[in-house]
Design a protein around this ligand. Structure first.
Ligand code: HEM
Length: 414
């Protein structure tokens, strides 16, 4: 807990841990909505996680993501974990760099994730989804998180980059250490654990990068590794960073978006039945789900002293831009907690905004769409197991605690 600095007005201070919002166990998004209560300013300061600002309304959140001239990606998470060279321990290309340096890396990512590239892998994604569903279908029950949500994105990733599926659990455990530091660990322990996980990951990736370098492989890694930054090839460290970033970007985010969407369908028979009866409505439903169930909270470092929303911010301070507070802001979307597939205009920053906006959005949408198409075609009557208590957790990515037990009428045994 940090002391309130003199320039922070007392009326802007809230007792709110963004990684553990009060009441989060009962509802991740409802817990965030406490910052939309009457009287809470658009910009608040919390002493948790080293002390930082939090933008609470959609317009401001969107502006923070967009305005790289005033808000830098040099640090994106709290508490800050500065290394001796001043960079954050989690520094990784391209997430932790700003324009103009960011641009050529981003061009490479954009071409890797171009809609055409994603549509060509749709078949692979569908095969993985169907295999996972068929594995549990006859049982009449599953833990949706362990049996499906955690499996799909990592298997899709391993298949896109042509890495052995048997390595997936190891990669996931390193990703977990970097993106979800152990609760109660000191800053020093967290920094050490992150560095170690990065080293393990780099050692793992090195031979795979080497094997693809200079080749004409068409997998996503090969295309990225053999791409160019302006007029030069990538350095080895840039190759590792880009591979790592793409992998991390698409794991927890997809896992938990899948979880929230499936929990919604399992508890809302009318929506489940409507989409099962008319799968053509699924893409529009996905857009609304992405607005209603945002999961990511990252932020920016204030570049220079400035006044924002009428208060003084100082150079180097952190301002967090929680995406749950954008899609669920009633100034942007009427009745924001309702899921309404007919909503005429949907506003959110669930995939961020501006130059760092998620390049994997199309892939994420495709994974969500195929999931709904295949689950609802095969198991239209799924529900949450009677008596099960579903609970939630905060973090850089909000999550449903395992298990999320779903049940359905199992097909009769042959
Ligand atoms: C529902 C799923 C997803 C959500 C909610 C999500 C959300 C986000 C958000 C909010 C950002 C912006 C961070 C910032 O502005 O600092 C971002 C960036 C990024 N995402 Fe995603 N993401 C998802 C899926 C994916 C997938 C499937 C991939 C790739 C496999 C991916 C790769 C990335 C990368 C590489 C960046 C960094 C881009 C840059 O710094 O230029 N994401 N994502």
């Amino acid at each position: 807990m940090a002391e309130r600095p003199a320039h922070v007005p007392p009326e802007r201070v809230v007792d709110f841990d963004i990684y553990n919002p009060p009441g989060v166990e009962a509802g991740f998004h409802a817990a965030w909505a406490a910052l939309h209560a009457q009287g809470v300013p658009d910009l608040v300061w919390t002493p948790h996680n080293g002390g930082h600002w939090v933008a609470t309304r959609g317009r401001l959140i969107s502006a923070v993501y967009e305005d790289y001239a005033r808000f830098s990606n040099r640090t994106m998470l709290v508490p800050k974990l500065p290394m001796p060279d001043g960079r954050d321990a989690r520094h990784i290309v391209p997430s932790y760099i700003d324009p103009p340096e960011h641009r050529p890396y981003r061009n490479l990512l954009n071409s890797t994730f171009a809609p055409k590239a994603i549509s060509t892998i749709e078949g692979k994604i569908r095969d993985i989804a169907v295999a996972l569903i068929e594995k549990v279908r006859a049982c009449g029950r599953c833990d949706f998180i362990s049996d499906y949500a955690e499996m799909l994105p990592i298997q899709v990733f391993m298949s896109l980059v042509e890495l052995p599926l048997s390595d997936a659990p190891m990669l996931k455990s390193w990703a977990e250490r970097i993106t979800n530091p152990r609760k109660g660990a000191s800053v020093e322990e967290t920094r050490h654990s992150i560095e170690e996980a990065h080293e393990l990951l780099h050692a793992y990736l090195a031979p795979h990068i080497e094997a693809r370098l200079g080749g004409d492989g068409d997998d996503m890694f090969s295309r990225m590794i053999n791409g160019r930054i302006g007029d030069r090839p990538l350095t080895k460290s840039e190759m590792r960073d880009m591979c790592t970033q793409v992998m991390f970007g698409g794991l927890d985010t997809v896992v938990n978006s899948l979880g929230f969407v499936m929990l919604h369908l399992a508890t809302t028979p009318a929506h489940r039945e409507a989409l099962a009866a008319d799968p053509a409505g699924i893409p529009a439903a996905i857009d609304e789900f992405i607005r209603r169930y945002p999961v990511v909270t990252v932020g920016r470092e204030v570049r220079d002293d400035m006044v924002l929303d009428g208060v003084q911010l100082m150079r180097g301070e952190m301002i967090m831009a929680p995406t749950p507070l954008a899609g669920l802001d009633d100034r942007l979307n009427e009745r924001p907690f309702d899921v309404d597939f007919e909503r005429p205009c949907i506003e959110h920053t669930s995939f961020g905004n501006g130059v760092h906006r998620c390049p994997g959005a199309q892939l994420a949408r495709t994974e969500l769409r195929i999931t709904l198409e295949e689950w609802l075609a095969r198991i239209p009557g799924l529900e949450v197991a009677p008596g099960a208590r579903v609970s939630f957790r905060g973090g850089v990515v909000g999550r449903i605690e395992k298990p999320l037990p779903l049940v359905w009428a199992a097909p009769p045994r042959p």
